[in-house]
Design a binder for this molecule. Structure first.
Ligand SMILES: NC(=O)c1ccc[n+]([C@@H]2O[C@H](COP(=O)([O-])OP(=O)(O)OC[C@H]3O[C@@H](n4cnc5c(N)ncnc54)[C@H](OP(=O)(O)O)[C@@H]3O)[C@@H](O)[C@H]2O)c1
Length: 306
């Protein structure tokens, strides 16, 4: 039995598509089963509730061999420790109590670097990995750079102003990966459980790109000019707070981006095993552009260009 958390999320829903139909029994933990496609609901066991809840994980992990673990971002959390460690604590107890043998968790790059201890959300993710591994379960942490899919949140400004913004140096190259590749890496580990002990599994994408490189690719794929604009870190943090994020989470994002701009994601050498296939150009063509074409408003930047 494989248990999957956050099955309606970006990674979770793509993972479910791969695992369901593999022949392994699957159990999904979700707050709202009606958000699952009907065809999926028919093929799986569903435990309703939050995977941060003690009673829910106790029920869900009974008889489970393997677990996919993803902490949902909680922008209202009063501390990163409560968001990552507090949320994962009931699951860690249940992993031990129920005898779950293998866990694959969604985490971040940076372990072993000097920046890892002051990298906001990443520091909290790495502490969560330690907490899960300390239960004695066999554990693989998917060590991810920033997701390409984060750019979907900037579709309005890409379309309206021909612009995307981050608190990063526009010329500094970083790895980035598609959530589809993270789901594929998770599925591979969950379906072939011939591994044991603890390790990180980096998911590096096929190339390092700067934000200016990305803007050039966006321009080519979308057919109108797209620029990158670096936001000062303080303005970025204040903007998150103004949009309702808790001070602890806004600070955590700012610290994380500061660490990424100082090389947090750049320590892991790219190898054939950890360079995942989906390029940023392919992601733009297959995910971003269809998402934009599916929006009702004609992009203003596109109208100006034509
Ligand atoms: N974005 C990045 O660049 C990046 C990089 C490295 C690591 N990460 C890590 O990736 C994870 C986020 O992955 P994602 O983008 O795939 O997540 P996501 O799409 O935001 O999905 C999270 C899911 O969790 C569910 N959820 C929300 N609040 C919940 C709660 N309180 N209890 C139970 N379920 C809840 C939501 O489903 P329902 O509303 O249907 O319940 C949602 O579908 C985080 O742990 C983050 O630290 C992100």
């Amino acid at each position: 039995m494989i248990v999957i958390t956050a099955p309606t999320g970006q990674i979770g829903r793509q993972l479910v598509e791969i695992i369901v139909g593999s022949g392994e029994p699957v159990r999904l933990i979700t707050r709202e089963p009606s958000r699952l496609p009907a065809r999926i609901r028919e093929q799986v066991d569903v435990v309703q509730g939050s995977h941060g809840d003690r009673e829910v994980v106790s029920r869900a992990f009974a008889g489970a061999d393997a677990l996919f673990w993803l902490v949902p971002p909680d922008p209202t959390a009063q501390s990163l420790e409560s968001a990552y460690l507090g949320f994962s604590a009931p699951a860690c107890e249940a992993i031990e109590r129920c005898g779950v043998r293998h866990v694959v968790g969604v985490s971040a790059l940076g372990r072993g670097t000097a920046l890892a201890s002051r990298a906001g959300l990443v520091t909290a993710s790495l502490a969560m990995d330690d907490m899960i591994a300390n239960t004695g379960v066999s554990y693989r942490a998917l060590a991810n750079p920033s997701f390409m899919d984060n750019l979907l949140r900037q579709v309005p400004s890409i379309c309206g102003e021909g612009l995307f913004r981050l608190p990063l140096d526009g010329d500094r190259k970083h790895p980035t990966c598609a959530t589809r590749d993270i789901a594929a890496a998770a599925a591979k580990l969950l379906l072939d459980r011939s591994w044991s002990g603890r390790a990180d599994v980096p998911v590096l994408g096929p190339e390092d790109l700067s934000c200016n490189d990305m803007a050039a690719i966006l321009t080519e794929v979308l057919g109108w000019p797209v620029r990158f604009q670096q936001v000062p870190l303080k303005a970025f943090e204040d903007g998150l707070g103004a949009r309702g994020m808790s001070p602890a989470f806004a600070r955590g994002y700012a610290e994380m981006f500061a660490a990424k701009d100082s090389g947090l994601d750049d320590a892991e050498p790219r190898t054939p095993a950890n360079s995942t296939p989906i390029s940023f150009r392919h992601w733009c063509e297959s995910v971003l552009k269809p998402a934009i074409l599916g929006t009702r408003d004609q992009p203003a930047a596109a109208r100006q260009e034509r």
